[in-house]
Design a protein around this ligand. Sequence first.
Ligand SMILES: Cc1cc2nc3c(=O)[nH]c(=O)nc-3n(C[C@H](O)[C@H](O)[C@H](O)COP(=O)(O)OP(=O)(O)OC[C@H]3O[C@@H](n4cnc5c(N)ncnc54)[C@H](O)[C@@H]3O)c2cc1C
Length: 518
Amino acid sequence: MIHDAATLPTPLTLRADVCIVGSGAGGAAAAMVAAESGLKVVVLEAGPFLSPDHMTQREDRMLPQLYWDSGARTTADRAVRVHQGRGIGGSTLHNLNLCKRIPEPVLRAWRRDYGLEFLTPARWQALYEEVEALLQVSAVTPERRSRHNLLLAKGAAALGWRHGGLKHNRSGCTESGFCEIGCAFDAKNNAARVMLPRAVRAGATILAQCQAVRVDHRGGKARAVEAVARDARGEVRGAIVVEAPRICLSASATGTAALLLRSDVPAPAGSTGDGLRIHPAVIAAGDFADPVQAWRGIPQTVECTQFLDFESAHGGHDGNQGRDDKAVDRIWIVPAFGHPLGTATMLPGYGPAHAAMMARYPYLAPLAAMLHDLTPGTVRPDGDLGLRMEWWPDAEDRRQLRAGLRACAELLLAAGASRVLVPTADLMTIKNKADLAAIERLELSRGDLDVTAVHPMSTVPMGDDARSNAVNSQGRHHHVQGLWVADGSLFPTSIGVPPQLSIYALGLHVGRALVEAG
Ligand SMILES: Cc1cc2nc3c(=O)[nH]c(=O)nc-3n(C[C@H](O)[C@H](O)[C@H](O)COP(=O)(O)OP(=O)(O)OC[C@H]3O[C@@H](n4cnc5c(N)ncnc54)[C@H](O)[C@@H]3O)c2cc1C
């Protein structure tokens, strides 16, 4: 059953075999496995329960419901936007459905540096096959590519740059283009559609609008999760406690780290909350003579990987000898979403100048350069209900972002854009190849340019050595019995590709370990 916690009588104490905090990619997969094994499972989810009928395709209505801080979550200095989902299904409710496996050089580097004895190559292979079947992952066929995506392919082909199609987890897609504010047509094979219904059918209880505040652990054992019911306005309605001998934190790479730190869960110095990576992205928009209508069709079906070299970045072929090389290309280019509100907030200026820019909205094709980032950031709790993130790229990551921005601009010119807009504080306009050098001179200091991220990860990096990592490669906490982590926190480093597939995989993996732990 799914309940709205704000309507339940409080204070309330529930007992379960397993309590899972968070119902996104990691939590839903773990909940399904645990419930189907016969365990009594309670899932706590801070966000609301929204069905496809609630998805109005209106940004003003959906952003506050589907996103933390109404879609305005940022790093503490406000220099980087970090979009994260809330609701039954977590960020999978409104993500873009891209599915990619972690590249082998990254996994090899993890084995070299972190051991990960429970995640052998064969184990990853089996998990990926299982998740891809569950989510019906398939290539988006070429005839379904929108003009926006075809322009990326055209520009890359003209320059001879490596590019290709992408796989998604959607079926029955009407190509409405509103994926980022929830699918009104229920065409996403996501946590809410695939895994949580199975968990509920197997007897799991899910509490929506119920935010975990602390993990109660004494004598080295996890005992309960202390939570609060919050209404739609965020007002606290009462206390809810779930007593369970097994607790699995799947509140995302920000929420899980904040919970662990707020609960004073022991960890080797700096291993909880200190390794934040986010896949930051910068954007350039091509202005074309004919309408692009970047808000239409399936978003992000074509990628350009010309500047993404995992093999060299992670120690070459001999994983045991190799060293990671920061200077190697780590940029992935894809079309960026083009909803009206998002575009309007990104374009600089105001008044008539901004209005003139928005008049070109139907003709703009924005591209995003996303970085496989190496700079570590931090997550800390902020009071009982909030959290605080710090992340800003170091000099080498800034150089990569500049290179990515330049590549987007070059690609758009090659695709036929009459000009390329780079949304710096004073709008930069690139009209030809000679202008591209201006991008390389960009300072990229805080506030200069819009930097956005949608993939926070790596805040509780897994590793089999209890002296340097808080959890092992089964997501099991080294220092508190009965405590587990199953979400994007677990990645030891940034992965350089969209993470959902791997987080679902880890959810199944941790869920099974948790069941077997008895
Ligand atoms: C706009 C956007 C587009 C994206 N597109 C893609 C894509 O195309 N492909 C891809 O692979 N990835 C994509 N992602 C990223 C992907 O969706 C996430 O990486 C993935 O869902 C993370 O899984 P998770 O389990 O770690 O966290 P989430 O899925 O974020 O789930 C965490 C859940 O925990 C809940 N929670 C947090 N704190 C608490 C608490 N204290 N108590 C109770 N509940 C709590 C949250 O409300 C949330 O529902 C996108 C993300 C965004 C924002």
